[in-house]
Design a protein around this ligand. Structure first.
Ligand code: HEC
Ligand code: HEC
Ligand code: HEC
Ligand code: HEC
Length: 342
């Protein structure tokens, strides 16, 4: 078989997909990067790519970048080193039949590649995810990303990341390929969906929001079941709690909001994106595994309240400041809305 040192991502995925049901992959640029690219910001590009210093990573995450990881040596004090903190398996043969795929099984046999079990694929440990999702500083030495660090601080048990971001284990097959005359082996597998607010119901599934009146206040009680902050990840996203008070004729009396998110500023104190920031000036994100009560005064004459939970990819203020006009970034995505009698 010919070697394919320049085989492009899509080809790799198709190769793998011949025997492994489509498991991934949306090719996606992070929102942060979209903003950076939108603004023609080369330092965003640089930071992003240096984190993923690997030719196979240029267009997102493909199969090899995880399944060819042999050893992980993450120095938590230094943060996620991306490709610097891993040792890959046999490199030049990645695309050939003699390449090794590391995975969760001790007894997997494939006609196409070697297989070996590695502990970072077994069970619930977050070790593999930490390679890229532990923490990262920008060029000014400011920490702009700390999902794994947050997990270390807030977790109540070693639940890892996979149950929420991939799926619980279910009965299936690791490969639809079967040796002649046989059936594919039944295995406990997971989905490869890397769920986010953009492509799943993850906020509704793991964040509870309940509203009720208490004296002259309307109280929104929010419980974050995630072991990391919300919002987490690259700090541009805002999660927005909104309350509207209505009179007996449904006329709006008042509208209040509270934002869970971060505000970053540059040298001149102007709002900017995390990668270019000198300072984190505000952090209203919620701790992992925590419950907060947010109180809003009920105006005179209010009979009903509606409350909603929504998010924005980029804060309204920052979007304005940076002159972003693309509706994709300006939209507010609502995923739960309730109405109650006060
Ligand atoms: C971000 C890292 C990551 C990427 C990218 C990735 N995987 Fe996985 N994969 C995992 C993890 C973690 C497991 C172990 C899941 C578990 O706990 O059972 C796994 C398990 C598997 C397994 C065996 C068990 C199962 O759940 O199916 C196969 C086969 C597999 N992956 C194939 C692929 C293919 C093919 C691709 C590309 C389309 C891919 N993976 C991309 C992380 C990844
Ligand atoms: C010709 C079919 C075929 C192709 C092509 C193929 N695989 Fe596999 N793969 C298998 C079979 C069969 C197994 C073993 C399944 C089992 O034992 O349940 C397997 C197992 C795996 C495992 C689990 C290893 C372990 O020890 O846990 C991973 C991960 C994996 N493959 C990834 C990939 C990736 C990534 C690609 C593309 C580069 C790929 N495979 C291409 C057939 C194939
Ligand atoms: C090799 C580096 C790498 C590893 C390992 C890795 N990720 Fe990621 N992950 C990324 C990058 C880069 C992005 C952002 C780009 C994107 O959205 O495709 C991302 C995005 C995500 C997102 C958000 C998806 C979105 O739509 O923005 C989630 C959730 C996630 N990863 C979870 C995980 C989990 C859970 C693991 C461990 C099983 C893991 N990742 C392992 C690099 C990695
Ligand atoms: C109990 C479920 C749960 C567990 C466990 C969990 N998360 Fe999350 N995660 C969430 C929820 C809910 C969100 C959405 C809130 C947000 O985007 O801030 C999220 C968001 C994220 C995002 C941002 C996605 C985006 O859209 O940009 C990343 C990255 C991420 N998690 C990584 C991890 C990693 C790494 C681990 C393990 C160390 C982990 N998560 C464990 C529930 C979970």
């Amino acid at each position: 078989m010919r070697k394919h040192p320049t085989m492009i991502l899509d080809e790799v995925k198709i190769k793998c997909a011949q025997c492994h049901n489509p498991r991934l992959l949306k090719q996606k640029v992070s929102n942060e990067e979209k903003v950076g690219l939108l603004l023609g910001d080369s330092s965003t590009k640089k930071t992003f790519h240096s984190m993923l210093e690997n030719v196979t990573m240029k267009n997102g995450i493909n199969c090899m970048v995880c399944h060819n990881i042999d050893e992980i040596h993450l120095d938590k004090a230094k943060g996620s080193g991306g490709m610097k903190s891993v040792k890959f398996g046999p490199q030049g043969t990645m695309f050939g039949p003699q390449g090794t795929m590391f995975g969760p099984f001790a007894d997997a046999v494939s006609p196409y590649h070697k297989t070996e079990q590695r502990s970072h694929f077994v069970g619930d440990t977050p070790t593999l995810c930490f390679v890229c999702h532990y923490s990262q500083k920008n060029d000014h030495g400011l920490e702009v990303y700390a999902t794994g660090k947050e997990y270390d601080k807030f977790k109540v048990e070693e639940e890892g990341c996979k149950n929420c971001h991939m799926s619980e284990r279910f009965k299936g097959v690791a490969s639809n390929y079967a040796p002649a005359g046989g059936d594919p082996k039944e295995r406990m597998v997971r989905k490869h969906r890397f769920a986010s607010v953009d492509n799943s119901n993850i906020l509704n599934d793991y964040v509870d929001v309940k509203g009720r009146s208490q004296g002259d206040k309307f109280v929104l009680t929010v419980t974050n079941h995630a072991p990391h902050k919300i919002s987490t990840g690259y700090g541009l996203r805002e999660i927005i709690l909104k309350v509207t008070f209505l009179d007996k004729n449904d006329k709006e009396l008042a509208r209040k909001r509270y934002v869970l998110g971060k505000k970053w500023t540059d040298e001149e104190g102007k709002p900017t994106i995390p990668h270019l920031a000198k300072k984190l000036v505000k952090d209203t994100s919620m701790a992992g595994k925590s419950t907060n009560a947010y109180k809003f005064p009920i105006p005179q004459g209010a009979v009903y309240a509606t409350y909603s939970f929504s998010y924005r990819l980029v804060s309204e203020g920052l979007a304005k400041e940076m002159g972003i006009t693309d509706p994709f970034f300006l939209r507010e995505y609502t995923f739960s809305e309730m109405r109650v009698h006060l």
